[in-house]
Design a protein around this ligand. Structure first.
Ligand code: 5GP
Length: 114
């Protein structure tokens, strides 16, 4: 067995983080290094899928749950609008290989990222 991911350790309470939302199969935390005024990670509880390609192919319903959770975060913390980013691969800055969506919101006008 490989080591649990950092997100699994957060979910288990081994590493502190404020859990903003939790459902049966996903949870959300603020990113420790925010790149936008609202920067939340939405994460499946299962670490079965390493990236969004695997998630979408392997469990479309879980993918839909993840997007619904992103909407709920934006409804509560932004204006109901959000940018959703998945890094897929180390060369595009994926550092945690337990699939997660970056939910960015309240982004100043004209800014692509933060
Ligand atoms: P990736 O680069 O894999 O797409 O995104 C991983 C994200 O996890 C990064 O934006 C990073 O800041 C965030 N992160 C890494 N370790 C922790 C942590 O211990 N707590 C929280 N809240 N976020 C973390």
């Amino acid at each position: 067995m490989s080591e649990p991911s950092i997100f699994t350790r957060i979910l288990k309470g081994e590493i502190p983080a404020e859990i903003l939302l939790e459902t049966d199969n996903v949870f959300a935390i603020r990113d420790i290094n925010p790149q936008a005024p609202l920067h939340v990670l939405v994460i499946p509880k299962s670490e079965e899928y390493r990236n969004v390609t695997e998630l979408a192919a392997g469990d479309p319903a879980l993918m839909a749950d993840l997007v619904a959770a992103a909407q709920r975060i934006a409804d509560e913390h932004a204006n109901g609008e959000y940018r959703l980013i998945f890094n897929n691969g180390a060369s595009v800055s994926q550092s945690v290989f337990h699939v997660h969506a970056h939910v960015l919101g309240n982004i100043p006008e004209g800014k692509l990222i933060g």
